[in-house]
Design a protein around this ligand. Sequence first.
Ligand code: NPW
Ligand code: K
Length: 494
Amino acid sequence: MIELLTPQEMSRADALAMEKGPHDGAGLMDRAGAAVADAVLARFAGAAGFDILCGPGNNGGDGYVVADLLRERGLDTKVWRLAMPRQGSDCEAVAARCHAECAPLEDYRPLPGRIAVDALFGAGLSKPVGGAAARVLGSLAETGVRVVAVDLPSGVSGATGQVLGIAAPAALTVTFFRRKPGHLLYPGRALCGETLVADIGIDARVLDEIAPRCFVNDPALWRAEWPVMEPDLHKYRRGHVGVFSGGPMATGAARLSARAAARIGAGAVTLLSPGAALAVNAMHLTSIMLRRVEEERELLEFHEERRPKAYVLGPGFGIGELTRRFAEAILQAQQGAGLVLDADAITAFAGDPQRLADAASKRRGDLFLTPHAGEYARLFPDLGGDDDLSKLDRARKAAAHMNAVVVYKGADTVIAAPDGRAAINANAGPHLATAGSGDVLAGMIAGLCARGMPGFEAAAAAVHLHGEAGNGCGAGLIAEDLPERLPEILRDYP
Ligand SMILES: NC(=O)C1=CN([C@@H]2O[C@H](COP(=O)(O)OP(=O)(O)OC[C@H]3O[C@@H](n4cnc5c(N)ncnc54)[C@H](OP(=O)(O)O)[C@@H]3O)[C@@H](O)[C@H]2O)[C@@H](O)CC1
Ligand SMILES: [K+]
């Protein structure tokens, strides 16, 4: 598992590391500064010179260490300080022994060909950046001088990825021990450029005490829960998925979900179609089964007879009362089944989210909600409109309120469980932003749920593999391609 630490958790990691040794605060800072200097030299050794922009806290302290190391190499290095180091800080100690020339930050002018090392603010960013720091960060962005950020681009919140005031885009960011959510959440992610994680001598066992609840969505997070294909597996033990189709003019989305559920390994998939759409669906289906379901009674009959393990409701389905009733019927069925509510099924509850929360509070199977930002804001207008909340906060609050795994989609999809665990996805490319891509994801989640993966892990695995499928296609991708990439990807997940 790759943990992501909030700035508070990171400062606790620093403190625990100092307590347990062998490095004290200045020792950790020496290692942090050395890691940045190594990265700078590896990429930019031929630059005309190096301007180290230092703030008053320990982020600035790292900057003084970098300046000294570059100066010792005989490189043209100058420190530009925003303010004197905070009294009694590790920054004060390392600044006192720094031999690089120092000048006030307000006199700094970015010069093309030189590298700017941004060590103004890191984990201790406490308010919007203004004054001389804001002017300098603005001029860096305007002149296009290459910037190496220490820990984070100054102005980017490590907790949320939001910019407080202003931040300058970095070509490279060097952070320490573990990344922070702000390295993966936009706009922070885009401002970081390439991100390196340096080992500064903090023992990973400090994480046992911190017990972080946020992770990179890497296979290590869910691999242990990946369903094993036993040699004598029967198709119904691999799980049956039911996917609701819309009317005759809106059937494609459900078929995309159904095909994705089948490709990710559900043993059987049935498309549940209104009578008027049976013919059009039948023309496009081969291994996927088809059954008329347009009333609750027909749904319950199917549920009793076929005992599906998961459903997808929403893609192309419409936003009426039937959508709400089908969702409630599945959540309240005696024989529990997973339910992925996507697209229209999310919007269907927009006027009355409490109705969904009430149904979900009694659920017997896993519930998944997969909103993009627009759907999220419709279902949760208060949370969606609260600018103090990060995407991570929003996903977590929605998950807790709805007793559901929430997959808050986007370039930085967040997966959140009702128990507070969360993962931020990092492998999705821009080609996935195409019509039908979300329908495929909904089907993949249902397929993995039907195969027996626990909810949070099923959703996280689906999001990651969906990203892999998109990367495998690249430019020209259409949603139909995504399920077809899965067999190749799944070779790594026998
Ligand atoms: N030994 C260690 O602990 C290690 C720490 N490490 C490094 O330390 C960094 C964290 O250090 P930190 O906690 O000192 O916070 P830092 O980011 O330097 O900023 C705090 C200062 O900035 C000020 N300030 C904040 N925002 C401002 C604004 N908008 N505009 C103006 N001022 C603002 C703030 O003022 P205040 O809020 O107190 O008024 C305070 O003076 C971390 O990112 C990593 O790089 C590594 O070396 C490993 C070992
Ligand atoms: K910084």
